[in-house]
Design a protein. Structure first.
Length: 240
């Protein structure tokens, strides 16, 4: 065996040994850095160090992880609500000081605040002004909830297809239903005037592109300047 070949073999052996020695350490670091995702409100609570009791929604990585997550929570004495199989979630009441621990529980994919939800009635601002007959236009509540302002994009030049029960030609969509096809009755796509016998499609269209004209601007959609294409179907498969 030549000196060069021996040197190459020795070098390869040293490199292989180094890789083998480092491999467990690399896997250990990767395993300990795994944490669940948290929403903005939880992140803010942790940053502020506020000591409060919070109601959270825990999303499990899989349904098989529920048992171990519940066991871990029960072991700490935390109140656990009934699991929701369809959404793979658990409701938990926990002190904010334990949120960091919860993030590291195996099987926990994400944690978010279990915030109360309530209807938002038309405010007192959305009424006739005292000095004129003009309506006071208010910024869209929906866009505000999504962090959008009146100066953000509003859907100019965009067309959105609404595959649903139809679209009623209400003033929120004035001049922006650019096409409407009826798939009911087994006749295929028939071009007709916009109509909605159930109201669901109109609701969906309002969330997408309503101007809020019927609520003085308060309940405008995400993209109030977008065009709408209505595809009226008796069922979802009827349009495919």
């Amino acid at each position: 065996m030549t000196r060069l070949r021996l040197r190459l073999l020795l070098t390869a052996s040293v490199i292989t040994a180094a890789v083998i020695m480092q491999t467990p350490a690399m896997f250990a670091v990767k395993g300990t850095s795994s944490h669940a995702h948290v929403d903005h409100e939880i992140a803010q609570l942790q940053a502020d160090g506020t000591a409060v009791t919070v109601h959270v929604i825990v999303v499990a990585e899989s349904r098989s992880a529920w048992a171990s997550i519940v066991a871990a929570l029960n072991g700490q004495g935390f109140k656990v609500g009934r699991p929701t199989p369809l959404s793979n979630t658990l409701a938990v009441t926990i002190p904010s000081s334990a949120l960091g621990w919860l993030e590291g529980v195996p099987g926990v994919a994400s944690i978010s605040i279990d915030a109360p939800v309530s209807p938002s009635p038309v405010s007192a601002e959305a009424v006739l002004t005292t000095n004129s007959a003009k309506l006071l236009v208010k910024a869209s509540e929906l866009r505000a909830q999504l962090g959008l302002t009146d100066s953000d994009p509003t859907g100019n030049g965009i067309g959105v297809a609404i595959v649903d029960s139809g679209i009623a030609p209400v003033t929120d969509f004035a001049g922006r239903i650019s096409a409407f096809y009826d798939f009911t009755g087994g006749k295929g796509a028939v071009a007709t005037l916009p109509v909605d016998g159930y109201g669901h499609g109109t609701h969906v269209a309002g969330v997408v592109a309503g101007t809020g004209a019927l609520s003085n601007g308060q309940y405008g959609g995400v993209a109030p300047n977008a065009r709408l294409i209505g595809l009226r179907c008796g069922s979802y498969s009827a349009c495919h």
